[in-house]
Design a protein around this ligand. Structure first.
Ligand SMILES: NC(=O)c1ccc[n+]([C@@H]2O[C@H](COP(=O)([O-])OP(=O)(O)OC[C@H]3O[C@@H](n4cnc5c(N)ncnc54)[C@H](O)[C@@H]3O)[C@@H](O)[C@H]2O)c1
Length: 245
């Protein structure tokens, strides 16, 4: 099994869901991780308590504010002294049909998903360039490739993340920093727990593998990419075949 011993990894938005699963899995592989949350401190503390090993860090960080991001990275470096990898996972949705979508709903989704990814990556790159190594993983979505009615803001943010991934990969490759994205499809999280059997069936019927993915499926792909030394600038789909139907 791959070991992440001696690696210090920041996972944004890891107070629940996919981010929590990524942080938890990386801790079982030996990494020391920073759990970050924007407002849900209780939930973040629960995830933090359940991490394997010791020496982890719990941080408050609002990814929409570059000042908050800078302060969180300063605390990360004071605690760990080194940054091996960043997983840009924090994300939100504010769905609505195009003609009814409010300016603030478009702005706020772009602010969290795309600007947040940019602010954190820029801050991480500053430290990684000094260390001449590092890896950044951005969490996109299957909808970046196929679009989705009612999600113009979310889809635009995720398509932006994929462009940002390729651009940063080109720019930072010379400094031995790799940048990749993971694009999940329908993943079993708190959100899908609320769906009834009929709704779940309607979703899984569209998926060639005929089931929802799990946060662990995404976490394992993140771990694979963190360890894949000759892969950069790629978007890896974790969607049960959905995008290729
Ligand atoms: N669940 C799915 O089916 C699915 C599918 C494709 C992509 N994704 C992506 O995976 C990622 C995680 O999704 P999830 O389902 O676990 O979502 P979630 O809502 O359960 O968790 C999102 C996390 O982001 C954090 N966050 C939100 N706004 C923030 C901000 N301004 N600053 C810092 N943190 C903030 C939240 O506190 C939370 O920890 C997101 O980027 C999402 O777009 C999810």
């Amino acid at each position: 099994m791959v070991s992440f011993k001696d690696q210090c990894i920041m996972v944004t938005g890891s107070s629940r869901g996919i981010g929590a699963a990524i942080a938890q899995y990386l801790s079982t592989l030996g990494a020391r991780v920073a759990i970050t949350y924007s407002s849900s401190k209780d939930s973040a503390e629960r995830v933090f308590q359940e991490l394997e090993g010791s020496g982890h860090l719990l941080l408050q960080m609002n990814v929409t504010q570059s000042k908050s991001v800078k302060e969180a990275f300063d605390k990360f470096m004071n605690h760990f002294g080194s940054l091996s990898a960043l997983v840009n996972n924090a994300g939100v949705t504010k769905d609505g049909l195009l003609l009814r979508m409010k300016d603030e709903d478009f702005h706020s989704v772009l602010a969290t998903n795309l600007f947040g990814c940019f602010y954190c990556s820029r801050e991480a790159a500053k430290y990684m360039i000094k260390e001449r190594k590092g890896s950044i993983i951005n969490i996109s979505s299957v909808v970046a490739q196929i679009g989705n009615p009612g999600q113009a803001n979310y889809v635009a943010s995720k398509a932006g993340i994929e462009g940002l991934t390729r651009s940063m990969a080109n720019e930072l490759a010379g400094r031995n920093i790799r940048v990749n994205a993971v694009a999940p499809g329908f993943i079993q999280t708190d959100m899908t727990e609320k769906l009834n059997e009929k709704q779940v069936h309607a979703i899984t019927d569209r998926v060639p593998l005929k089931k929802l993915g799990t946060p662990q499926d995404v976490a394992e792909t993140v771990a694979f990419l963190l360890n894949a030394k000759y892969i950069t600038g790629q978007v890896i789909s974790v969607n049960g075949g959905l995008a290729f139907r």
